[in-house]
Design a protein around this ligand. Sequence first.
Ligand code: SAM
Ligand code: SF4
Length: 442
Amino acid sequence: MEKGKKVVTLAYGCQMSERDAETLTEITRQAGYTSSAELESADLVIVNTCCVRESAENKILGKIGELKKLKDNNPNLKIAISGCMVQQPGALERLRKRAPHVDIWAGTHNLHEFAVLLEKAERGVKVAEVWQEPKKILESTPLAERGKLQANVNIMYGCDNFCSYCIVPHVRGRERSRKPEEIVQEIKDLVTGGCREITLLGQNVNSYGKEFSPAYDFADLLRDVDQIPLLSRIRFITSHPKDLSDKLIETVAQGGKLCEHFHLPIQSGSNLILERMNRKYSREYYLSRVRKIRELLPLATLTTDIIVGFPGESEEDFEQTLAVMNLVHYSQAFTFMYSKRSGTLAADMEDQIPLDVKKRRLQRLMSVQNQKSLEWRQQMIGKVYEVLVEGPSKTNPERLNGRTRGNELVVFSGGSEIIGSLVNVRILEAGSWTLLGDIESL
Ligand code: SAM
Ligand code: SF4
């Protein structure tokens, strides 16, 4: 293989898509490519796709169209499209017709075989391979780039929950947990390479290990990861409220490296809608989980995901969602308009909500949450927080930035020698999205 070729990898969607994109970049590195951000000089462009919402798909289709122009100017350019969008039932044929300029199509279950597909494409053969099922649990996917301070680590793949709006179980398959010893080893290797903060990834980390015998659950995994020397912080995402056990909350409450941040998607505050969404918890149960967290961890940060305009959502249902936001005080909420996903149960439900109603509800939700987020940051003023120094601030390179244990972004002054360390920062000001502070002690 000719050396010195450049690859640009673009990831759309969630952290799992980002992690898959890292795996693909590492596979291409092993095949002699250097990672680059410049599309114009690339020899290979990989687009790892997302299909959770129609808006993501439209953006990606636009990007694939743009790449055609790039290929017209550079016929040697290879283009690979991978991930969730390609994995949707019937999608491959449709996409291939629409984008004949693409050289490689790969689904979510065969990413680890990408080197084989790449080698064929380099010989001028167009390849499309999508496995219907994963053939094994992927234990040792190539590591994320070494030397990074933070890394995402898959602890499980797939999802068994089948929320009625969601395409994820259809494109990522059934839930399967990685072996704890493999996860711990991957993290140790990352730490040896300089990593200090890891985020454990799963569509529902709270059901990690449910197939294991003898019993070993997510709280057990957290305890084992907590023992890894030199690792400073452990985060995890996403916690499905129905499986958030007392044991897990108690484990996080023991502190240490475990960051007291729960991303606990509520999706809706109305029991009627939660039922139609097949979320398997009620608003009351959700709030009881929040109370338990606040009881053991009064300073814990809570974030959430909310969908507005789910089929059949009335004004009253929507008001109940707003009411939960007022009760819980999320530091941040990821808010979405319901997007019809073909193949899911909700796509065939009656009472689809008109776009203008969805837009209006989203605007209202966002303005309530913006106010709540600001209030959350304002109550931090004057207090001291542990911050992991990440590097120069993107908005002001003269200053540094980092995150609190609750995942809030803080900007402060300091020298580059403290990048990678934990410092105590007193919060002085709350901006619209960030906090400004001063280092109290190293
Ligand atoms: N597994 C995670 C969970 O249960 O919360 C979330 C995974 S999903 C990639 C991220 C978020 O996208 C969901 O929490 C939901 O709010 C949103 N989402 C999923 N399907 C959607 C749809 N059809 N329309 C709008 N938002 C959607
Ligand atoms: Fe989608 Fe629900 Fe699974 Fe999350 S838990 S990935 S929202 S089906």
